[in-house]
Design a protein around this ligand. Structure first.
Ligand code: SAM
Length: 261
């Protein structure tokens, strides 16, 4: 316990009890749930989650933390720790192997790879019931931003098209050891049902959203030149004089669905 936190692994261990309790209560794990935690660290969230769920899985990259966590968890419930980089864990295959219908994913994420982890989880959304993550507050603001906001961008559109994004509360730096330089926030994400998912090809959608926000001050007519012409933008019922930040996520789907030559 209380090993020296490693910067290279993004280790900021939660120590303030009231925030730990708020996160666990936001998740409210039940014994029938299949909880999987990303980066359990010293177990600040793991042990209370395990106490409520009785059994759970955790994915940790830092081998040094595993023996102590395994020992402390033994008295609480059945914890299976997977020693791996979470970005290499196939949540869908793991669910199939274990006979899990849907995971409840949780984690105080390592901030150096928070966006890649979000996109990785979203790729496996069909195997996930919900996600509760601690992230930099600035990232949570971008995830939940609405059109017209300065921080509305690629992350907002790509996540909101596949998940319901619900910011829950802010956590100050002093709640962690060592304190990070920025405020943090907890967010809940619930994958949308299949029938509400965008019908456009994911690659095309990525390309359109990326081009639109790469030059966010330009009109769409200009910003999208490499991916579609003005006629195609009009055919999607979108104003070529509008800017990316004016469009709702659904407008990007219509743009991505237009056939271009
Ligand atoms: N959950 C603990 C807590 O709240 O105190 C630790 C959170 S700390 C911010 C992030 C954790 O993720 C660390 O335990 C770190 O070793 C682990 N981690 C870092 N990179 C990882 C990766 N690629 N895959 C899995 N775990 C990782």
């Amino acid at each position: 316990m209380s090993a020296r936190p490693k910067k290279s692994f993004g280790q900021h261990f939660l120590h303030e009890k009231r925030y730990i309790e708020r996160i666990v209560s936001a998740i409210s794990p039940r014994p029938e749930d299949q909880v999987i935690e990303i980066g359990p660290g010293e177990g600040a969230l793991t042990l209370p989650l395990l106490a409520a769920a009785g059994k759970m899985t955790a994915i940790e990259l830092d081998t040094d933390l595993i023996p102590d966590l395994t020992a402390r968890a033994a008295a609480v419930g059945s914890l299976q720790i997977i020693h791996a980089d979470v970005l290499k864990v196939d949540f869908t295959a793991l669910a199939r192997e274990r006979g899990v219908e849907k995971w409840r994913v949780a984690g105080n994420l390592p901030y150096y790879i928070s966006s890649p982890i979000l996109f990785h989880c979203v790729e496996h959304a069909a195997a996930i019931a919900d996600m509760h993550f601690m992230l930099q507050k600035e990232v949570v603001d971008r995830m939940a931003a609405e059109p017209g906001s300065k921080v509305y961008g690629r992350l907002s559109v790509m996540l909101q098209l596949v998940c319901q994004v619900e910011p829950l509360f802010t956590v100050p730096p002093g709640a962690f050891r060592p304190p990070p330089k920025v405020d943090s926030a907890v967010v809940r994400m619930r994958p949308l049902p299949t029938e509400q998912l965008p019908k456009a090809s994911p690659d095309r959608l990525h390309a359109v959203v990326k081009a639109a926000f790469a030059q966010r001050r330009k009109t769409l007519g200009n910003a999208l030149k490499q991916v579609m012409d003005t006629q195609a933008i009009l055919a999607a019922d979108v104003d070529p004089k509008a800017r990316a930040e004016d469009l709702a996520p659904a407008d990007f789907v219509r743009l991505a669905l237009i056939e271009t030559t």
